[in-house]
Design a protein around this ligand. Structure first.
Ligand code: SF4
Length: 342
């Protein structure tokens, strides 16, 4: 079987079936741009070729097991099963401005084992294929179709460290941006990493128009290592150099994600270290509230007054900063909460 996301495979099938390129385009548009069901999209083709193509092409690579809609905000969490039997989660974010984003997983579980993250406590199960990453977006679009919405932004902030699964992530971003497929504006795709210096630079080179975000969470080496064990391999100086290279390559500020943890990374000393890290770096800092998880009872969110103070201090020092809010906290779909429990 050929995946619907496999450009070369579909083109070879088109030749073999002597299918008119315009017909193929209509079929692909029905699936990727009008978000119609696979059977409905196949009806764009002449009956004979429809049957042959349908028998040779796999349109979906994930099985939807559960859907949970937030009662607080516009988040929906989708639980999928991969062909290898692992469970992954995807979050649809209906943002108040009217935009709709999807937070996709790039792995089932994660080997990075960040202490504040539910996925990190699961351990690693599998890398997702590009088709499995893309199917999260395709299936989210199908769910949104009756609401008259479609995905405009894709963020790689779900389960997994995207830069531990580079090729599948690069391939999937290429197809998300391709006018023949999802046709998303390149700047609306964000790849977020906890910081693997060489891979960050490669990512900016391979995806010059997608955005890269660095989850910094602390600019003090020891504290960062406590939060992100992977940081032991990558000293802050090396990470800072990679961050500067990414910003230069992309010719725009790098997104820095900073989860605020009470008494852990929100002190005056932390602020000074962060200011040092940011000095001379074109960057935009997003301060994110922490969503507590059962596996880390010692970590607590920074109170909102301190969060505002931290933001105001950074801003007064001349840095660009936004205080973000997570959606989906009531369905364990907010940042760092994704985990399958079975
Ligand atoms: S924060 Fe990201 S990189 Fe760290 S354990 Fe969680 S999923 Fe993995």
């Amino acid at each position: 079987m050929v995946s619907i996301h496999d450009c070369a495979g579909i083109e070879a099938l088109r030749h073999r079936l002597r299918l008119d390129p315009d017909m193929l385009r209509r079929w692909r548009n029905a699936f990727f741009k009008q978000h119609r069901d696979a059977d409905e999209a196949f009806r764009e083709l002449p009956p004979l070729q429809r049957a042959e193509l349908a028998a040779a092409v796999t349109c979906h690579h994930l099985e939807l097991l559960e859907r949970h809609d937030s009662q607080l905000d516009g988040a929906s969490k989708l639980l999928f099963r991969t062909a290898r039997g692992h469970r992954i989660e995807t979050v649809i974010l209906r943002i108040a401005s009217g935009r709709t984003a999807v937070c996709v997983s790039s792995q089932a579980g994660c080997a990075a084992r960040c202490g504040f993250c539910a996925t990190g406590h699961m351990g690693f199960a599998q890398d997702l294929t590009a088709a499995e990453i893309l199917d999260q977006v395709a299936l989210a679009n199908r769910i949104l179709r009756p609401e008259g919405r479609s995905i405009r932004n894709v963020v790689f902030m779900g389960m997994g460290e995207p830069l531990h699964n580079e090729e599948a992530v690069y391939q999937s971003v290429g197809i998300l941006q391709s006018p023949r497929y999802f046709d998303l504006a390149p700047g609306r795709i964000l790849v977020s990493t906890v910081g693997i210096p060489d891979a960050m630079v490669r990512c900016a080179e391979r995806l010059p128009r997608a955005r890269v975000a660095l989850s910094l969470h602390s600019a003090r080496q020891e504290q960062r290592e406590r939060l992100i064990p992977l940081a032991r391999r990558y000293p802050l100086a090396q990470l800072r150099a990679a961050a500067a290279a990414v910003a230069a390559q992309q010719q725009r500020p790098l997104m820095i994600e900073y989860l605020l943890l009470d008494g852990v990374n929100d002190t005056t000393e932390d602020l000074a270290a962060l200011a040092d890290f940011l000095h001379g770096l074109p960057a935009h800092v997003n301060l994110i509230p922490y969503n507590p998880i059962a596996d880390a009872p010692h970590l607590h969110p920074t109170p909102s007054a301190r969060r505002r103070e931290f933001a105001a201090s950074l801003s007064a020092l001349g840095f660009r900063v936004t205080v973000r809010y997570s959606l989906g906290a009531d369905i364990a779909a907010a940042c760092g909460q994704l985990v399958h429990s079975r």
